[in-house]
Design a protein around this ligand. Structure first.
Ligand SMILES: [Zn+2]
Length: 163
């Protein structure tokens, strides 16, 4: 990953933000979810540094390793969408395909931001019922996240969504 490739990725993420429907962008800005960036570092390692520098405790090693495997993350406490351009899913793509792939991951992460902040207590209380409606692979991912979440040391640290 060279500087030009990383700069390209940062421009793509900025363009993905600009390409959002204005109503969605306004909604994200209202919950302070407009910050975005791209890195070529594993996200568990990198976000752990960012979180600790902001005064948050580290997640357990298993959670950081899970985040290392993510192509993108929404980091609620930092109000940041972050993409790993060096992620294997972005390798060997031509530039146009890479641009599309990065934008889609960024949009996906902004979707997490909205879901995270707009979920009601009723949504949470219906979790098992809603989980039963999800495709099996997604349901399994959510169940594994719930398991890791139970061992997270600080209750004030919101969950990251490593997918
Ligand atoms: Zn996801």
């Amino acid at each position: 990953m060279n500087d030009a490739e990383l700069a390209f990725a940062k421009r793509v993420v900025d363009r993905a933000w600009a390409d959002l429907p204005s109503k969605d962008r306004s909604l994200l800005a209202a919950i302070r979810a407009e910050e975005r960036d791209a890195t070529d570092r594993p996200l568990g390692v990198y976000t752990d540094e960012l979180r600790r520098s902001a005064g948050y405790a580290s997640f357990p090693a298993a959670e950081r390793q899970r985040q290392d495997a993510a192509a993108g993350l929404w980091i609620p406490e930092l109000r940041l969408v972050l993409l790993n351009v060096a992620h294997p899913s972005f390798q060997d793509l031509d530039q146009k395909s890479l641009g599309w792939a990065l934008a889609r991951v960024a949009w996906h992460e902004w979707g997490h931001a909205l879901a995270f902040h707009r979920a009601t207590s009723e949504d949470v209380s219906r979790g098992q019922e809603l989980l039963a409606l999800a495709p099996p692979s997604m349901a399994e991912n959510v169940r594994s996240l719930t398991t890791v979440s139970a061992s997270t040391p600080t209750r004030s640290s919101p969950r990251l969504m490593p997918c």
